[in-house]
Each structure stands twice: as C-alpha cells, then as structure tokens.
Design a protein around this ligand. Structure first.
Ligand SMILES: Cc1cc2nc3c(=O)[nH]c(=O)nc-3n(C[C@H](O)[C@H](O)[C@H](O)COP(=O)(O)O)c2cc1C
Length: 329
C-alpha cells in the first residue's frame, strides 16, 4: 500500500511523541522501555534486560517507570495536537507488552495537553526544599490528578504519622543495604562512563550536606549539585501513591499517576523527587502501609516542595536516543 502524506505526518507525530516520552523518570535512570512504531500506533514494552533485581525484586519500579513513560507519551501526543486511545496490557500471552497507543479522530485530551510544556522542565530534585509549606489547594490538585487515573494519592500531613513514616523510610534504607545485589546496582548506575546515556550523573545529586536527609535516606553518594540558601526547616510534603490492587495493571497505573503528579507539580513551581526505597522490599512496604493505616497498596512515595532561594537550576539527565529504544517492525 502506498504511503500517503497524512500517514507520514501521523508517523512523524508518533515518533516525536516517543522522543518526548523518553524524558520520563525511571528508577536509577535505567529507562527500562522499548517502543515499536507502526503506522498510526505505537507499542510500549518493558525491557527486562534493564531490570534491577537487587533493588526492585518485584519489578514495581520497572513498571512504574514504564507507566510514567506511557503518560508522558499521552501528554506529548496531546500537546502535538493528536487524540489517542490506549489499550493497556493488550496481549495476555505477552506480559512485557504493556500498552498500544493509537491515533484517533477528535480533539486532543485537554488536561494532558496542558502539561506538555513540563515534559522537558521536570527533573528530580534531591536537595532540601524551602521552609514554605505546600499550600493545601496545590496538594488537592495533585491528589485529583492521580485520582483521575484511578490512583489514590495521600499527603502525609499529620506529624505523628509522618514520624512513623520517617522511621519506616530509615529502616528501609538501612535494611536494603544488606540485600544481595543492591549496593552493586547502586554503584553501577551512579558511576557510568562520561558519555553514558543512562544512570544517575553526579550533577543530579547534591553535594555533601545538601541532600534531603530527614530519615537519613541518602540513596546516592554525594554529587556536585549545589544546594540553595538554606532557610531552616524543610517545608516539603511526602505524598504516597497507592492502588486497591497490586498487579501489573495497578503498577502501570501508579506509574501513569506518578507522571501526572510530577508534571502537575512542576507546572505549579514545585520541586519533586520520587522515593522508592520503602516500597521496594515487601517487609518495609507492609510496614509503610501499617504506618499510614492504608487499606490500599503503597506504590511510591513522592517528595514535593518549593526550591530553596538561589538553588541553581537542574540540568537534564541523559537519555538513550530513540534509535536505541525502538524495536524492529
Ligand atoms: C519508580 C521510580 C523510583 C525512583 N526512586 C528514587 C529514589 O528512591 N531516590 C531518588 O533519589 N530518585 C528516585 N527516582 C528518580 C530517578 O532516579 C530519576 O527519575 C532518574 O535518575 C532520571 O532523572 P530525572 O527524573 O531528573 O529525569 C525514582 C524514579 C522512579 C520512576
């Protein structure tokens, strides 16, 4: 069949959308995804070759990362003017095939399009935040953005619950160091060679003393990112994403909600940082659930707050080029 001009335009739009989706956050910046471009549609596949078994034994982080990329793709397509439909887990014989996104007739999703400008502005900020608390109305908007995707977002405001939660985060950080493979993975993904297109570069990690250290959750060794002018107490908030079930579909949805929350927060001038240590090990995850008194399954913790005055802007972390993440036809 001959390729028409409109096929070419549609193909270009999908390719550009995938390129923008590559900006999604991922555990240790592993970018555990592969994409297949076809006329009028694109498939998202999990890349199990990039799974971190010592850090993420349940593949929760991997699926959340892919879910975030799926939401980024929807935002990109909408921002470029296209309506799409999403078929999640379309192939019961292939659990790595996470979604197929198809171009559709009609206007683009307005809520998704409104986040387009944030795809290249969002970065993980591991520094301490300013003392200004996150206003309740902003938190309510973030909770709503997760709810729209079927995911519960719980801001931890009560100081007693927060103290219990910080204790669980501390335990998680302590216990995880003894997990086989965990420290080796941390070393590998924070010490990439100079031109690497993945992993966490030193410039994305604050200098000694500049990291948020409330529960001593220093996941990464000190880096070169300068903090801002410290204003005393950190006014940041922890937000826990949770789902009623805990299967592949739930983790994928949690990833989509992660992207929605992070992009919406970025639009509102907030700094953000995902924190996954407490949910990576089954035992600390159940302790987190108990500390929060949640009937739902915790999937990810997100820290949000206003940047410190004078905090230098964050640099984008590297990404693999499109050609490295495309699957053949
Ligand atoms: C599922 C998931 C878990 C993550 N866990 C952590 C974490 O525990 N600590 C942390 O500092 N960053 C964490 N991150 C952030 C990634 O390290 C970050 O997204 C990646 O390095 C790319 O950088 P960017 O977000 O600035 O684009 C996580 C991200 C995702 C999606």
């Amino acid at each position: 069949m001959a390729t028409t001009r409109s096929d070419e335009v549609a193909g270009g739009l999908l390719e550009r959308s995938v390129e923008l989706a590559l900006r999604a956050p991922s555990v240790h910046n592993t970018q555990p995804w592969r994409w297949r471009l076809r006329p009028g549609e694109v498939e998202l596949h999990a890349d199990l070759g990039r799974h971190l078994p010592g850090t993420d034994p349940d593949r929760r982080d991997l699926l959340i990362s892919c879910g975030a990329a799926l939401h980024h793709l929807r935002v990109a397509a909408a921002g470029l003017g296209a309506a799409v439909t999403v078929d999640r887990l379309p192939d019961p014989e292939n659990s790595q095939h996470l979604a197929t996104v198809r171009l559709a007739d009609g206007p683009p999703d307005r809520a998704a399009a409104a986040l387009f400008g944030q795809l290249t502005r969002r970065h993980t900020d591991r520094r301490r935040y300013s003392g200004d608390p996150v206003p309740p109305a902003r938190l309510a908007t973030l909770v709503g953005s997760a709810r729209d995707l079927g995911v519960l977002a719980v801001p931890v405001g009560d100081p007693v619950v927060l103290a219990r939660m910080n204790e669980v985060l501390r335990e998680a950080a302590r216990e995880q160091r003894h997990e086989a493979g965990y420290l080796a993975e941390l070393l590998v993904w924070t010490h990439r060679y100079a031109d690497a297109r993945d992993g966490v570069p030193r410039v994305a990690v604050p200098t000694r003393g500049g990291q948020w250290d409330e529960p001593h959750l220093h996941r990464f060794p000190s880096g070169s990112l300068a903090p801002g002018r410290d204003t005393g107490a950190d006014g940041g908030t922890l937000l826990v994403l949770a789902t009623p079930r805990d299967d592949v579909a739930a983790r994928l949805a949690a990833g989509e909600a992660t992207s929605a929350v992070l992009l919406t927060a970025t639009r509102g001038g907030l700094a953000t940082a995902p924190l996954s240590q407490a949910v990576e090990l089954p035992r600390t995850r159940s302790r987190l659930r108990a500390a929060l008194g949640l009937p739902d399954q915790p999937q990810l913790v997100i820290r949000l707050g206003f940047p410190l005055p004078g905090a230098p802007p964050l640099e984008p972390t590297p990404r693999r080029p499109l050609g490295s993440v495309l699957l053949g036809p």
